[in-house]
Design a protein around this ligand. Sequence first.
Ligand code: FAD
Length: 212
Amino acid sequence: GEEGYVVRADRGTMRARSVVNATEAYTALLHRQYRDILWPGQTQAAFGLGGPEGVRAGIGLSGGLGFFGRHKGPDGDGVIFGSDATRVPHRQAGSNRPSRFITKVLVGELYRYFGDGDVAVTHEWSGTPGFTVDEYPVVGRLDGKRQYIIGGMCGSGTAVSFNGARHVVQQILELDGSDDYPEAYFAPTRLLDPANHPWPKLTKGETPMAQT
Ligand SMILES: Cc1cc2nc3c(=O)[nH]c(=O)nc-3n(C[C@H](O)[C@H](O)[C@H](O)COP(=O)(O)OP(=O)(O)OC[C@H]3O[C@@H](n4cnc5c(N)ncnc54)[C@H](O)[C@@H]3O)c2cc1C
C-alpha cells in the first residue's frame, strides 16, 4: 500500500518503506509481468593454464564467437575465455551448467586468433545474466510507487549495475546527483507500458534524419 510493503522471506517477515529488486534474471519469478521482457540468458566462461603468448595481460579482446584475456589464477598464469547468450527458461535462473562443446569451440578460436600454445582447461562455469527484449537495462520504479528494479544488464552488470543502484538510491533518498539511468530511457514502463511511457523528446535539430 501507500505506507509501505510487507516482504516475506525465509528468515521472516519485514516491513519496508521501499523495496529494491536487484534480482536480474530471477525477476520474472517474482514479478510475472516481466516474463516476456526480462529473461535469463546463459553465458559461460573457462580458464586454462598456459595458452598462446599472443594473449597479453591487461587486454581483453572479443572475436566473432567469444572473448579472450590473460589471467593469473591461483595455480598459475593462463587464459580466460567465454561466450554464449542463450535464452533459458525462467526456472533455470542461477544455474551453473557450462557446455563442454562451447569450451572446445573457444579453444579452437583461441588458437585461430592467437596462434599455437597449449592450454590446459582447469575451470568451466556458467551463469545467467538478465537480458531484456531490446537489450537495454531496466532501472527505476517497478510499480509506480516505492518498489524499484535494477535488471536487464545483458551481461555487462559487473561494470554498470552499481550505477543503476545509485539511480535508485538517489530516488529513495530524494538526492540530486549524477544519473546514468534517466527515466525516459530506462524506466520499466518503456517495456511494460510503452504507450504511456515518458519517452525522450527529440527536437528536429537533434534527430539523425535532420543531419542528412
Ligand atoms: C560467464 C560470464 C561472464 C561475464 N562477464 C562479464 C564481464 O566481462 N563484464 C561484466 O560487466 N559482466 C559480466 N558478466 C555479467 C555479470 O556477472 C552480471 O551482469 C552481474 O553479476 C549482475 O549482477 P547483479 O547483482 O545485478 O545480479 P546477480 O549477480 O544475478 O544477483 C541477483 C541476486 O538476486 C538474488 N535473488 C533472486 N531472487 C531472490 C529473492 N526472491 N529473494 C532474495 N534474493 C533473490 C540471487 O540469489 C542473486 O544473488 C558475466 C556473467 C557471466 C555468467
